[in-house]
Ligand binder design. Structure first.
Ligand code: MEV
Length: 317
């Protein structure tokens, strides 16, 4: 049979989770692992059904907790591209998701899934979509998982590389950043699967209850991300690391970190990481840290393996 197979990357937010929802810049890097989507049109299918086979590796709990949202997300992407109209009611779809991106809260697995699906639809039905249209399809699907996300995850999944991303009243603005030196990273899971919709919603309630408190943190973050961009442009990895530590502090003040994340951050720093912070939604999910050499990367990896349910090494380049 005719099968389109596509892929889309996972991401790590280096600076700006949660703040990015409020139209300030964030820095995000794609990881060298991706989700694949194989789309097969099964002729003679009678019920216009969609069969989803999910072979993606995942931490325990992830797929169980996200199953309903995943179905919703797939349906939203299919609807966005008006796929049922293209099938004439005579066939059904078989979607197989796989790849080497381990699904874990914080890595953008949902966006990698919806973007890989958008690409598969585009190929199968020869839509000649632009990257912007693929990204838009991915964003529509993300709404099935996360309510009204900023769009940072699907943008990273679509374009890859290192991006400066900013949400606006209209379309988001983003630019690719050049990486002067490969950035070695270790990231680790708390084992807790967080709900982005809930955590983002809770931050919004806290902001509405105490706007002055929130504005102060937002201003501090804005100054921080400016310095982070400069450090990145200069390839100043030690400075970048200390700014990550500051970003983690702001996340703690925003109440989106948790004891498990703070513990992993401490472990990473004690083992030699030059900067460590939570990454993504928080209240569970992921911690990431900067490790300037391969030796330090291995040492930090080993230290984290003792306390984190799962640990990965990657390199942004
Ligand atoms: C999730 O990867 C990042 C958040 O800032 C939510 C969003 O940007 O939509 C927590």
């Amino acid at each position: 049979p005719d099968v389109s197979k596509t892929q889309a990357y996972g991401k790590l937010i280096l600076f700006g989770e949660h703040f990015v929802v409020y139209h300030v810049p964030a820095l995000v890097g794609a990881v060298a692992a991706s989700t694949t989507c194989a789309l097969e049109v099964v002729e003679g299918g009678s019920d216009e059904g969609v069969e989803i086979i999910d072979n993606r590796p995942a931490v325990p709990n992830y797929k169980v907790k996200k199953a309903d949202e995943g179905k919703q997300a797939v349906d939203l992407v299919l609807k966005h591209f008006a796929v049922q109209d293209k099938l004439d009611g005579k066939s059904s779809l078989k979607l197989t998701f796989g790849g080497d991106l381990c699904c874990v809260s914080g890595i953008g697995a949902s966006a990698a899934q919806t973007v890989s699906l958008s690409r598969a639809i585009d190929q199968t039905f020869k839509l000649n979509s632009t990257e912007e249209e693929i990204n838009q399809g991915g964003y529509e699907g993300e709404k099935g998982y996360h309510g009204t996300p900023s769009g940072i995850d699907n943008t990273a999944a679509t374009y890859g590389g290192l991006l400066k991303f900013q949400r606006t009243e209209a379309d988001p603005i983003f630019t690719k950043k050049e990486i002067k030196e490969p950035i070695r990273i270790v990231y680790a899971s708390t084992g807790i699967t967080a709900s982005t919709t809930e955590v983002v919603g809770d931050v919004r309630s806290k902001k509405e209850a105490d706007p002055a408190w929130f504005d102060k943190l937002l201003e501090q973050y804005k100054a921080l991300v400016k310095k982070a961009e400069d450090a990145m442009d200069q390839g100043d990895i030690p400075l970048l690391g200390s700014l990550m530590n500051e970003n983690h502090k702001l996340c703690q003040e925003l109440t989106v970190s948790c004891a498990e994340l703070d513990q992993l951050v401490e472990t990473a720093r004690s083992a030699g990481a030059i900067g460590a912070k939570m990454s993504g939604t928080g209240r569970g999910g992921l911690m990431l840290c900067l490790t300037p050499t391969e030796e330090i990367q291995n040492k930090v990896f080993e230290a984290l393996e003792k306390s984190a349910p799962q640990v990965w090494k990657t390199c942004l380049q």
